[in-house]
Design a protein around this ligand. Structure first.
Ligand code: IYR
Length: 216
């Protein structure tokens, strides 16, 4: 067992907890997936701090089974866009199936992915299916990487950066372009930047809380 350290935990009053809970909720409720980015570059220290938030996530047996590849080089972004659009064209041309395309219609998405070039940074999240060395295992990999990715999205939004969870599928091309080893699998591609001027987003509604929460 590891040595232990005292837990740093400030116990707060109910009123302070409520205020903090509401403040974070209100902030998170303003996050939207952005598909139209300004080309402006973003402060590297902000990206780095948000990545540190993601990397602090809990994970199965603390294996931290993730790699975040930050792509800012225009030529690499261009290659990623090109490869993603190859997959997306077949997806939208029929591989998705009628039902899936119907479900996507309200979002107005399509096979063209200019944001993969205009967004100043793309964060490619890779999940480690197992450890790098033979016999090393990881546990609850999807859960762990999903939690870390959610924390990354929250940190980016809190810092004032827009993002998109993009999942061209299959994403094997990312492993190739970004030269990731075989035990890593592309999990999510997150364009990050500032929204383009006049950016519009679909008028989505979230389900009411009583539809998604059951108190017993
Ligand atoms: N990967 C495609 C399709 C797509 C799928 C889902 I589920 C979405 O919520 C949005 C898009 C694309 O990025 O266009």
């Amino acid at each position: 067992m590891l040595p232990t350290v005292p837990l740093q935990y400030p116990r707060r009053s109910a009123a302070e907890m409520e205020a903090r809970a509401r403040a974070l909720t209100e902030l998170l409720q303003t996050r939207r997936s952005v598909r139209d980015f300004a080309p402006d570059s973003i402060p590297q220290v902000v990206l780095q701090a948000c990545l540190a938030a993601a990397a602090s996530a809990p994970s199965g047996a603390n294996k931290q089974p993730w790699t975040f590849v930050v792509v800012q080089d225009p030529e690499t972004k261009r290659r990623i866009r090109e490869a993603a659009e190859v997959e997306e064209r077949t997806f939208y041309a029929g591989r998705a199936g009628e039902r899936w395309l119907e479900d996507l219609e309200p979002l107005g998405t399509g096979p063209e992915k200019p944001f993969l070039e205009t967004a100043p940074a793309l964060i490619a999240v890779f999940a480690h299916r197992r450890g790098a060395e033979a016999g090393q295992r990881n546990y609850y990999v999807d859960e762990s990487v999903g939690i870390a990715s959610g924390m990354l999205l929250a940190a980016l939004h809190h810092a004032g950066l827009a993002s998109l969870t993009h999942t061209p599928s299959p994403m094997a091309f990312l492993s190739e372009i970004l030269e990731r080893p075989a035990h890593e699998r592309a999990y999510l591609l997150i364009p990050v930047g500032y929204p383009a001027e006049g950016c519009r987003v679909p008028d989505l509604k979230k389900k009411p809380l009583d539809e998604v929460v059951i108190w017993r």
